[in-house]
Design a protein around this ligand. Structure first.
Ligand code: PLP
Length: 392
Protein backbone atom coordinates (compact mmCIF):
# COMPACT_ATOMS: atom_id res chain seq x y z
CA UNK A 1 0.00 0.00 0.00
CA UNK A 2 1.22 3.49 -0.78
CA UNK A 3 2.64 5.75 1.88
CA UNK A 4 0.01 8.40 2.58
CA UNK A 5 2.04 11.21 4.10
CA UNK A 6 1.51 14.78 2.97
CA UNK A 7 5.20 14.90 2.15
CA UNK A 8 4.67 12.41 -0.68
CA UNK A 9 2.07 14.61 -2.38
CA UNK A 10 4.37 17.58 -2.29
CA UNK A 11 7.37 15.78 -3.79
CA UNK A 12 8.23 16.26 -7.43
CA UNK A 13 7.82 13.40 -9.89
CA UNK A 14 11.55 12.62 -10.04
CA UNK A 15 11.95 12.49 -6.27
CA UNK A 16 8.98 10.17 -5.98
CA UNK A 17 10.20 7.94 -8.81
CA UNK A 18 13.58 7.57 -7.12
CA UNK A 19 12.35 7.12 -3.57
CA UNK A 20 9.04 5.32 -3.82
CA UNK A 21 9.05 1.90 -2.11
CA UNK A 22 12.84 2.14 -1.85
CA UNK A 23 13.25 1.48 1.85
CA UNK A 24 16.58 -0.23 2.60
CA UNK A 25 16.35 -3.96 3.29
CA UNK A 26 15.86 -4.33 7.06
CA UNK A 27 18.31 -7.20 7.55
CA UNK A 28 21.22 -6.06 5.41
CA UNK A 29 20.63 -2.39 4.65
CA UNK A 30 20.70 -3.18 0.92
CA UNK A 31 19.73 0.03 -0.85
CA UNK A 32 17.81 -1.85 -3.52
CA UNK A 33 14.99 -4.27 -2.75
CA UNK A 34 16.58 -7.71 -3.09
CA UNK A 35 15.38 -10.23 -5.67
CA UNK A 36 13.59 -12.74 -3.45
CA UNK A 37 14.00 -15.61 -5.88
CA UNK A 38 12.07 -18.16 -3.89
CA UNK A 39 8.90 -20.13 -4.41
CA UNK A 40 8.22 -20.82 -0.74
CA UNK A 41 9.05 -19.68 2.81
CA UNK A 42 9.88 -21.72 5.92
CA UNK A 43 7.14 -21.59 8.57
CA UNK A 44 7.77 -21.68 12.33
CA UNK A 45 4.93 -24.14 12.78
CA UNK A 46 1.91 -25.22 10.74
CA UNK A 47 0.36 -22.01 9.31
CA UNK A 48 2.61 -19.92 11.59
CA UNK A 49 4.59 -17.80 9.16
CA UNK A 50 6.10 -14.37 8.56
CA UNK A 51 3.27 -13.27 6.27
CA UNK A 52 4.95 -14.97 3.33
CA UNK A 53 3.84 -18.51 2.47
CA UNK A 54 4.20 -19.07 -1.26
CA UNK A 55 5.38 -16.75 -4.02
CA UNK A 56 2.25 -16.91 -6.14
CA UNK A 57 0.48 -15.38 -3.14
CA UNK A 58 3.14 -13.01 -1.74
CA UNK A 59 6.69 -12.07 -2.63
CA UNK A 60 8.66 -9.19 -1.08
CA UNK A 61 10.14 -7.99 -4.39
CA UNK A 62 6.65 -7.93 -5.88
CA UNK A 63 5.31 -6.14 -2.79
CA UNK A 64 7.83 -3.34 -3.34
CA UNK A 65 6.85 -3.01 -7.00
CA UNK A 66 3.13 -2.97 -6.18
CA UNK A 67 3.67 -0.28 -3.54
CA UNK A 68 5.76 1.80 -5.94
CA UNK A 69 3.22 1.80 -8.78
CA UNK A 70 0.37 2.50 -6.33
CA UNK A 71 2.30 5.43 -4.89
CA UNK A 72 3.02 6.89 -8.32
CA UNK A 73 -0.64 6.59 -9.36
CA UNK A 74 -1.99 8.00 -6.11
CA UNK A 75 0.48 10.14 -4.19
CA UNK A 76 -0.78 11.07 -0.77
CA UNK A 77 -3.95 8.96 -0.95
CA UNK A 78 -3.69 5.30 0.03
CA UNK A 79 -3.93 3.00 -2.97
CA UNK A 80 -3.22 -0.63 -3.73
CA UNK A 81 -1.17 -2.09 -6.56
CA UNK A 82 -1.41 -5.65 -7.85
CA UNK A 83 1.25 -6.83 -10.26
CA UNK A 84 0.77 -9.30 -13.09
CA UNK A 85 2.89 -11.24 -15.54
CA UNK A 86 1.90 -8.99 -18.45
CA UNK A 87 -0.34 -6.07 -19.28
CA UNK A 88 -2.82 -8.51 -20.79
CA UNK A 89 -2.82 -10.59 -17.60
CA UNK A 90 -3.65 -7.38 -15.67
CA UNK A 91 -6.42 -6.50 -18.13
CA UNK A 92 -7.80 -10.02 -18.06
CA UNK A 93 -7.79 -10.03 -14.23
CA UNK A 94 -9.80 -6.79 -14.15
CA UNK A 95 -12.42 -8.20 -16.53
CA UNK A 96 -12.76 -11.18 -14.17
CA UNK A 97 -14.41 -8.81 -11.70
CA UNK A 98 -17.45 -9.09 -13.99
CA UNK A 99 -20.25 -11.65 -13.75
CA UNK A 100 -21.36 -13.62 -16.76
CA UNK A 101 -24.10 -11.71 -18.58
CA UNK A 102 -22.61 -8.30 -18.00
CA UNK A 103 -21.78 -5.68 -20.58
CA UNK A 104 -18.78 -3.41 -21.12
CA UNK A 105 -18.81 -0.05 -22.87
CA UNK A 106 -15.35 0.40 -24.36
CA UNK A 107 -13.67 3.15 -26.33
CA UNK A 108 -13.48 2.09 -29.97
CA UNK A 109 -9.77 2.72 -30.42
CA UNK A 110 -8.13 0.25 -28.03
CA UNK A 111 -4.96 -1.81 -28.00
CA UNK A 112 -5.71 -4.73 -30.37
CA UNK A 113 -5.00 -7.36 -27.72
CA UNK A 114 -7.59 -5.83 -25.38
CA UNK A 115 -10.24 -5.86 -28.09
CA UNK A 116 -9.29 -9.46 -28.93
CA UNK A 117 -9.78 -10.45 -25.28
CA UNK A 118 -13.19 -8.74 -25.21
CA UNK A 119 -14.38 -10.13 -28.55
CA UNK A 120 -12.92 -13.64 -28.64
CA UNK A 121 -12.63 -14.70 -25.00
CA UNK A 122 -15.05 -12.71 -22.81
CA UNK A 123 -17.86 -13.22 -25.31
CA UNK A 124 -17.55 -16.98 -24.68
CA UNK A 125 -18.37 -16.33 -21.03
CA UNK A 126 -21.39 -14.17 -21.77
CA UNK A 127 -19.70 -10.77 -21.38
CA UNK A 128 -20.49 -8.51 -24.34
CA UNK A 129 -18.79 -5.28 -25.35
CA UNK A 130 -20.09 -2.23 -27.20
CA UNK A 131 -17.43 0.01 -28.73
CA UNK A 132 -17.99 3.73 -29.02
CA UNK A 133 -16.08 6.90 -29.78
CA UNK A 134 -17.71 8.25 -26.61
CA UNK A 135 -18.50 11.63 -28.16
CA UNK A 136 -21.36 13.77 -26.81
CA UNK A 137 -24.40 11.59 -26.03
CA UNK A 138 -22.71 8.38 -27.18
CA UNK A 139 -22.05 6.85 -23.77
CA UNK A 140 -25.78 7.14 -23.03
CA UNK A 141 -26.62 5.47 -26.35
CA UNK A 142 -24.45 2.44 -25.48
CA UNK A 143 -25.81 2.00 -21.96
CA UNK A 144 -27.63 -1.25 -21.31
CA UNK A 145 -29.37 -2.47 -18.22
CA UNK A 146 -26.51 -4.98 -17.70
CA UNK A 147 -23.62 -2.52 -18.32
CA UNK A 148 -21.13 -2.75 -15.49
CA UNK A 149 -17.89 -1.30 -16.80
CA UNK A 150 -16.55 1.61 -18.84
CA UNK A 151 -13.19 0.78 -20.41
CA UNK A 152 -10.96 3.61 -21.54
CA UNK A 153 -7.49 4.22 -22.87
CA UNK A 154 -6.22 7.76 -23.14
CA UNK A 155 -4.19 8.55 -25.17
CA UNK A 156 -5.40 5.59 -27.20
CA UNK A 157 -3.29 3.07 -29.04
CA UNK A 158 -2.58 3.83 -31.87
CA UNK A 159 -4.67 6.89 -32.78
CA UNK A 160 -3.87 8.97 -29.71
CA UNK A 161 -7.47 9.99 -29.11
CA UNK A 162 -7.99 11.78 -25.83
CA UNK A 163 -10.94 10.93 -23.59
CA UNK A 164 -12.09 13.33 -20.90
CA UNK A 165 -11.54 11.19 -17.83
CA UNK A 166 -13.35 13.45 -15.37
CA UNK A 167 -16.49 13.87 -17.46
CA UNK A 168 -16.73 10.23 -18.57
CA UNK A 169 -16.03 8.89 -15.06
CA UNK A 170 -18.79 11.09 -13.64
CA UNK A 171 -21.28 9.89 -16.28
CA UNK A 172 -20.37 6.24 -15.73
CA UNK A 173 -20.62 6.60 -11.96
CA UNK A 174 -24.12 8.09 -12.27
CA UNK A 175 -25.04 4.71 -13.74
CA UNK A 176 -23.08 2.69 -11.17
CA UNK A 177 -20.46 1.43 -13.63
CA UNK A 178 -16.84 0.76 -12.76
CA UNK A 179 -14.41 2.99 -14.65
CA UNK A 180 -11.20 1.33 -15.81
CA UNK A 181 -8.42 3.29 -17.50
CA UNK A 182 -5.50 1.73 -19.31
CA UNK A 183 -2.90 4.37 -18.49
CA UNK A 184 -0.05 2.67 -20.37
CA UNK A 185 0.50 5.43 -22.96
CA UNK A 186 0.71 8.24 -20.40
CA UNK A 187 2.46 6.56 -17.45
CA UNK A 188 1.58 7.69 -13.92
CA UNK A 189 4.07 10.53 -14.27
CA UNK A 190 1.98 12.25 -16.97
CA UNK A 191 -1.54 11.27 -15.94
CA UNK A 192 -3.27 9.96 -12.82
CA UNK A 193 -6.72 8.58 -13.66
CA UNK A 194 -7.63 7.80 -10.03
CA UNK A 195 -7.40 11.52 -9.23
CA UNK A 196 -9.77 12.21 -12.13
CA UNK A 197 -12.44 9.77 -10.97
CA UNK A 198 -11.47 6.35 -12.36
CA UNK A 199 -11.86 3.34 -10.09
CA UNK A 200 -8.98 1.41 -11.60
CA UNK A 201 -5.87 2.53 -13.44
CA UNK A 202 -3.76 -0.15 -15.02
CA UNK A 203 -0.55 -0.49 -16.98
CA UNK A 204 1.31 -2.69 -19.29
CA UNK A 205 4.47 -2.06 -17.23
CA UNK A 206 6.31 -3.59 -20.18
CA UNK A 207 6.18 -0.08 -21.62
CA UNK A 208 7.13 3.23 -19.94
CA UNK A 209 7.01 2.00 -16.34
CA UNK A 210 9.83 -0.52 -16.83
CA UNK A 211 11.07 1.33 -19.87
CA UNK A 212 13.94 -0.76 -21.25
CA UNK A 213 12.36 -3.45 -23.50
CA UNK A 214 13.70 -6.13 -21.20
CA UNK A 215 10.57 -7.63 -19.63
CA UNK A 216 6.81 -8.07 -19.90
CA UNK A 217 4.59 -7.07 -16.98
CA UNK A 218 1.39 -5.41 -15.81
CA UNK A 219 -0.01 -3.66 -12.75
CA UNK A 220 -3.51 -2.71 -11.56
CA UNK A 221 -4.03 0.14 -9.08
CA UNK A 222 -7.14 1.11 -7.13
CA UNK A 223 -7.95 3.18 -4.05
CA UNK A 224 -10.94 0.97 -3.26
CA UNK A 225 -10.11 -1.61 -0.61
CA UNK A 226 -12.94 -3.99 -1.57
CA UNK A 227 -12.00 -3.88 -5.24
CA UNK A 228 -8.40 -4.50 -4.25
CA UNK A 229 -9.41 -7.56 -2.23
CA UNK A 230 -11.16 -8.96 -5.29
CA UNK A 231 -8.23 -8.20 -7.61
CA UNK A 232 -5.77 -9.82 -5.17
CA UNK A 233 -8.03 -12.86 -4.96
CA UNK A 234 -8.00 -13.07 -8.77
CA UNK A 235 -4.21 -12.57 -8.86
CA UNK A 236 -3.64 -15.48 -6.48
CA UNK A 237 -6.31 -17.69 -8.01
CA UNK A 238 -5.36 -17.22 -11.65
CA UNK A 239 -1.67 -17.08 -10.82
CA UNK A 240 -0.42 -14.84 -13.64
CA UNK A 241 2.20 -13.23 -11.39
CA UNK A 242 5.48 -11.64 -12.48
CA UNK A 243 8.79 -13.23 -11.53
CA UNK A 244 10.87 -11.63 -8.74
CA UNK A 245 13.54 -10.72 -11.30
CA UNK A 246 10.99 -8.93 -13.51
CA UNK A 247 9.66 -7.09 -10.44
CA UNK A 248 13.20 -5.99 -9.60
CA UNK A 249 13.85 -4.79 -13.14
CA UNK A 250 10.55 -2.90 -13.21
CA UNK A 251 11.46 -1.23 -9.93
CA UNK A 252 14.82 -0.28 -11.37
CA UNK A 253 13.03 1.23 -14.35
CA UNK A 254 10.76 3.22 -12.04
CA UNK A 255 13.74 5.01 -10.50
CA UNK A 256 14.24 6.86 -13.79
CA UNK A 257 10.61 6.99 -14.92
CA UNK A 258 10.09 10.73 -14.38
CA UNK A 259 13.34 11.77 -16.00
CA UNK A 260 12.73 9.41 -18.93
CA UNK A 261 9.20 10.75 -19.42
CA UNK A 262 10.49 14.32 -19.59
CA UNK A 263 12.92 13.33 -22.33
CA UNK A 264 10.33 11.25 -24.22
CA UNK A 265 8.02 14.29 -24.17
CA UNK A 266 10.77 16.76 -25.17
CA UNK A 267 11.76 14.58 -28.12
CA UNK A 268 8.21 13.81 -29.28
CA UNK A 269 7.19 17.49 -29.11
CA UNK A 270 10.30 18.47 -31.08
CA UNK A 271 9.64 15.88 -33.79
CA UNK A 272 5.86 16.43 -33.97
CA UNK A 273 6.33 20.17 -34.50
CA UNK A 274 8.67 19.52 -37.41
CA UNK A 275 6.48 16.79 -38.90
CA UNK A 276 3.55 19.23 -38.82
CA UNK A 277 5.10 21.34 -41.56
CA UNK A 278 6.67 18.53 -43.59
CA UNK A 279 5.14 18.28 -47.07
CA UNK A 280 5.23 14.45 -47.15
CA UNK A 281 3.19 14.01 -43.98
CA UNK A 282 -0.49 13.61 -44.85
CA UNK A 283 -1.91 12.89 -41.39
CA UNK A 284 -0.35 13.64 -38.04
CA UNK A 285 -1.63 12.65 -34.59
CA UNK A 286 0.05 14.04 -31.49
CA UNK A 287 -1.98 15.41 -28.57
CA UNK A 288 0.62 18.09 -27.89
CA UNK A 289 -0.20 19.86 -31.17
CA UNK A 290 -2.82 22.60 -30.91
CA UNK A 291 -4.45 21.16 -34.04
CA UNK A 292 -5.16 17.83 -32.27
CA UNK A 293 -8.88 17.68 -31.42
CA UNK A 294 -8.11 16.43 -27.91
CA UNK A 295 -5.38 18.97 -27.19
CA UNK A 296 -7.24 21.00 -24.60
CA UNK A 297 -8.55 17.98 -22.73
CA UNK A 298 -5.07 16.46 -22.80
CA UNK A 299 -3.62 19.71 -21.44
CA UNK A 300 -6.15 19.66 -18.61
CA UNK A 301 -5.54 16.07 -17.50
CA UNK A 302 -1.95 15.27 -18.52
CA UNK A 303 1.22 16.95 -17.26
CA UNK A 304 2.72 16.68 -20.75
CA UNK A 305 1.68 14.95 -23.96
CA UNK A 306 3.74 11.78 -24.07
CA UNK A 307 6.23 10.14 -26.38
CA UNK A 308 3.94 8.57 -28.99
CA UNK A 309 3.25 10.00 -32.45
CA UNK A 310 1.15 8.42 -35.19
CA UNK A 311 1.27 9.56 -38.80
CA UNK A 312 0.59 8.79 -42.42
CA UNK A 313 2.93 9.74 -45.21
CA UNK A 314 2.51 10.14 -48.96
CA UNK A 315 2.02 6.87 -50.79
CA UNK A 316 -0.08 5.15 -48.12
CA UNK A 317 1.16 1.72 -47.09
CA UNK A 318 4.02 1.73 -49.62
CA UNK A 319 5.16 5.08 -48.26
CA UNK A 320 4.96 3.76 -44.70
CA UNK A 321 7.08 0.76 -45.64
CA UNK A 322 9.70 2.95 -47.30
CA UNK A 323 9.79 5.24 -44.28
CA UNK A 324 10.32 2.37 -41.83
CA UNK A 325 12.91 0.67 -44.03
CA UNK A 326 14.92 3.89 -44.40
CA UNK A 327 14.98 4.80 -40.71
CA UNK A 328 18.15 3.80 -38.91
CA UNK A 329 17.22 4.82 -35.36
CA UNK A 330 13.58 3.74 -35.24
CA UNK A 331 13.67 -0.07 -35.20
CA UNK A 332 10.63 -1.87 -36.62
CA UNK A 333 9.18 -3.57 -33.56
CA UNK A 334 6.06 -4.19 -31.52
CA UNK A 335 5.91 -2.48 -28.13
CA UNK A 336 6.66 1.09 -27.10
CA UNK A 337 7.75 3.23 -24.20
CA UNK A 338 11.33 2.11 -24.06
CA UNK A 339 14.52 4.16 -24.11
CA UNK A 340 15.15 3.30 -27.77
CA UNK A 341 12.93 4.61 -30.57
CA UNK A 342 10.63 2.16 -32.33
CA UNK A 343 8.36 2.27 -35.37
CA UNK A 344 5.29 0.09 -35.62
CA UNK A 345 2.76 -0.61 -38.39
CA UNK A 346 -0.48 -1.11 -36.42
CA UNK A 347 -2.34 -2.50 -39.45
CA UNK A 348 -0.07 -5.55 -39.76
CA UNK A 349 1.44 -5.68 -36.28
CA UNK A 350 -0.17 -4.57 -32.98
CA UNK A 351 -3.70 -4.27 -34.37
CA UNK A 352 -3.73 -7.12 -36.87
CA UNK A 353 -6.08 -9.05 -34.56
CA UNK A 354 -8.75 -6.33 -34.76
CA UNK A 355 -11.26 -7.11 -37.56
CA UNK A 356 -10.36 -5.22 -40.74
CA UNK A 357 -13.72 -3.44 -40.89
CA UNK A 358 -13.32 -2.03 -37.41
CA UNK A 359 -9.72 -1.00 -38.04
CA UNK A 360 -10.85 1.02 -41.06
CA UNK A 361 -13.91 2.38 -39.28
CA UNK A 362 -11.86 3.85 -36.43
CA UNK A 363 -9.06 5.09 -38.69
CA UNK A 364 -6.33 2.46 -38.33
CA UNK A 365 -5.43 2.50 -42.01
CA UNK A 366 -2.79 0.44 -43.89
CA UNK A 367 -0.74 3.64 -44.22
CA UNK A 368 -0.61 4.46 -40.50
CA UNK A 369 2.71 4.28 -38.67
CA UNK A 370 3.20 4.70 -34.95
CA UNK A 371 6.42 6.10 -33.56
CA UNK A 372 7.55 5.44 -30.03
CA UNK A 373 9.99 8.28 -29.60
CA UNK A 374 12.89 7.24 -27.38
CA UNK A 375 15.30 9.22 -25.25
CA UNK A 376 18.08 9.61 -27.82
CA UNK A 377 19.21 13.11 -28.84
CA UNK A 378 16.35 15.00 -30.45
CA UNK A 379 18.45 16.33 -33.33
CA UNK A 380 19.68 12.81 -34.20
CA UNK A 381 16.13 11.50 -34.16
CA UNK A 382 14.88 14.33 -36.36
CA UNK A 383 17.73 13.82 -38.85
CA UNK A 384 16.77 10.16 -39.04
CA UNK A 385 13.06 10.94 -39.52
CA UNK A 386 13.90 13.51 -42.21
CA UNK A 387 16.04 10.97 -44.07
CA UNK A 388 13.26 8.39 -43.79
CA UNK A 389 10.78 10.93 -45.19
CA UNK A 390 13.17 11.64 -48.09
CA UNK A 391 12.94 7.94 -48.97
CA UNK A 392 9.11 8.10 -49.16
C1 PLP B 1 -2.22 0.29 -24.26
C2 PLP B 1 -1.79 -1.13 -24.04
N1 PLP B 1 -2.39 -1.84 -23.06
C3 PLP B 1 -2.04 -3.13 -22.82
C4 PLP B 1 -1.08 -3.77 -23.58
C5 PLP B 1 -0.74 -5.20 -23.29
O1 PLP B 1 0.39 -5.29 -22.51
P1 PLP B 1 1.42 -6.54 -22.54
O2 PLP B 1 1.99 -6.59 -23.90
O3 PLP B 1 2.37 -6.20 -21.46
O4 PLP B 1 0.62 -7.76 -22.22
C6 PLP B 1 -0.43 -3.05 -24.58
C7 PLP B 1 0.62 -3.71 -25.39
O5 PLP B 1 1.09 -3.19 -26.36
C8 PLP B 1 -0.79 -1.70 -24.81
O6 PLP B 1 -0.22 -0.97 -25.78
Amino acid sequence: MADDTEERTEMGESTRSVHTAADPDERTGSVQTPIFQTSTYVQRDFADHTGYEYSRTQNPTRDALEAAVADLESPGVPAFGTAFASGMAAISAVTQLLESGSHIVAASDLYGGTARLFDDILSKFGVETTYSNLGPGELEECAQENTRMLWLETPTNPLLHIHDLKALSAKAHERGWLVVVDNTFASPVLQRPLELGADISLHSTTKYVAGHSDLVGGCVVTRDELLNDQIRFIQNTIGAVPSPLDCFLTLRGIRTLAIRMERHCDNAEFIAERLASHPKVTRLLYPGLKTHPGHETAASQMRRFGGMISLEVEGGEAGARRFAAASKLFAIAESLGSVESLVNHPWSMTHAATPEGRRLEVGVTPGLIRLSVGIEDAEDLWRDVENALDAV
